[in-house]
Design a protein around this ligand. Structure first.
Ligand SMILES: NC(=O)c1ccc[n+]([C@@H]2O[C@H](COP(=O)([O-])OP(=O)(O)OC[C@H]3O[C@@H](n4cnc5c(N)ncnc54)[C@H](O)[C@@H]3O)[C@@H](O)[C@H]2O)c1
Length: 370
């Protein structure tokens, strides 16, 4: 169902009237946004999604998310889609003012490093200014409602690359006791190379923290590692595992950028991201920051991901190697999950890397891949 602001006038009062709580999800047609929609609808929320298929503008037809919007409209009971751009300040103020949601999960973004350099205005206007539009709309209309922001580990810039590393057969790893559990939230975020995407996401991240600290709003930033799952429209510039599996299935060469293919990422299923957002919304805190990833147990190098994909598809992974690494790219990054577990002991990583890749294989096959 598609709705204009005028169609949903007054619905914000529903949560207060003892009826279903209202959730606003931005970027609802994307990987994380769509997972939030299905997850929270099943938890009894009235879910409003906001998306304008900007991913197709950023990445071309391969990034098109209309199929996912259609899936939500088909499968999620009572789902309402709002065709709106988060850069449209007046539109955002009006929608949030009308809905007065019980919680906001903000996932809409320009998510790619490399793309940001080509479209700096679109990148900053979306990631930084779009987030400010939502925060200010929330402050004016529903300051008590938890606000969960999807940030990124790119806020740390390339400073994680200054940690001493050791080279193993198929991966790099930290060679420093302080990081055996992974990257903590206390790691510095400035004075390093971020890419323009990292910089626009830092602006958003700090602003989300500030609305928590300065205005006392229940906000948090989830600094994502590799967030993934079956509903990702993976493209070369964004969506590592999803795109890697797609290449495997199509027999198309995957391009490895530098670090001998031994660069390490931690991977978390979008479902586990939604489960954490739910924990936070149930028991919110103010201006918090969490490194949200699969942790060391769900980490893999590109070479290790090739082997896993091959095992699961039965097809050889073809790849080419580009000597130069991507600007600002991490050599090793996996999240230290101890703060999340300490604040929210009921939460855990429920899907292993093996489970995640099998689901991605099944999903691409379901969408017509060989
Ligand atoms: N997927 C990852 O590996 C990863 C890692 C770290 C952080 N994150 C962060 O998580 C969030 C969600 O990522 P994702 O993987 O679901 O991305 P995605 O590209 O799959 O989804 C984002 C959605 O936002 C929409 N969108 C973009 N700009 C918009 C605008 N101006 N107005 C309205 N809608 C707009 C897009 O059309 C898309 O459907 C982003 O903030 C991203 O930076 C993702």
């Amino acid at each position: 169902m598609m709705a204009r602001v005028s169609d949903v006038l007054g619905s914000g009062k529903r949560a207060e009237g003892g009826r279903r709580p209202v959730l606003l999800v931005t970027g609802s047609s994307g990987l994380i946004g769509s997972e939030m929609c299905t997850y929270f609808a099943a938890e009894g929320y009235e879910v409003h999604g906001l998306d304008n298929n900007q991913r197709a503008v950023f990445f071309g037809p391969a990034g098109d998310t209309r199929w996912n919007q259609a899936r939500l409209e088909r499968e999620v009971r009572g789902f309402v889609h709002h065709e709106l751009d988060i850069r449209d300040r007046a539109g955002i103020l009006a929608l949030v003012g009308t809905l007065r949601p019980s919680a906001i999960v903000h996932t809409a973004a320009q998510p790619s490093h490399d793309r940001a350099a080509a479209i700096p205005f679109d990148d900053f206007d979306t990631n930084a200014v779009g987030t400010l539009n939502l925060l200010e709309a929330a402050r004016r209309s529903c300051p008590e409602s938890p606000f969960v922001h999807l940030s990124t580990n790119k806020v740390y810039g390339d400073r994680p690359n200054t940690i001493r590393l050791k080279e193993l057969e198929t991966r790099w790893d930290y060679d420093d006791e302080a990081f055996v559990e992974g990257m903590p939230e206390t790691f510095p975020i400035d004075q390093s190379t971020h890419s323009l995407l990292g910089a626009s996401k830092v602006a958003a991240d700090v602003m989300v923290q500030e609305y928590g600290r300065y205005f006392g709003m229940p906000t948090c930033c989830l600094r994502g590692g590799c967030l993934t799952g079956p509903n990702h429209a993976g493209v070369e510039l964004h969506g590592f595992l999803s795109y890697l599996v797609k290449c495997n299935l199509e027999g198309r060469p995957y391009r490895v950028f530098g670090y001998k293919g031994k660069q390490v990422r931690d991977n978390i299923h979008s479902r586990d991201v939604a489960r954490f957002a739910h924990e936070f919304i149930r028991r919110p805190r103010g201006g918090e920051v969490y490194n949200l990833g699969g942790g060391k147990a769900n980490s893999c190098s590109v070479l290790e991901a090739f082997r896993l994909a091959e095992e699961l598809t039965g097809q050889r992974q073809v790849y080419t190697y580009v000597e130069e690494s991507r600007i600002g790219d991490h050599i090793v990054y996996y999240s230290d999950l101890r703060k999340m577990r300490q604040h929210y002991p009921a939460w855990n990583v429920s899907r292993s890397l093996h489970d995640i890749i099998s689901e991605i294989v099944a999903a691409w096959r379901g969408r017509g891949n060989p």
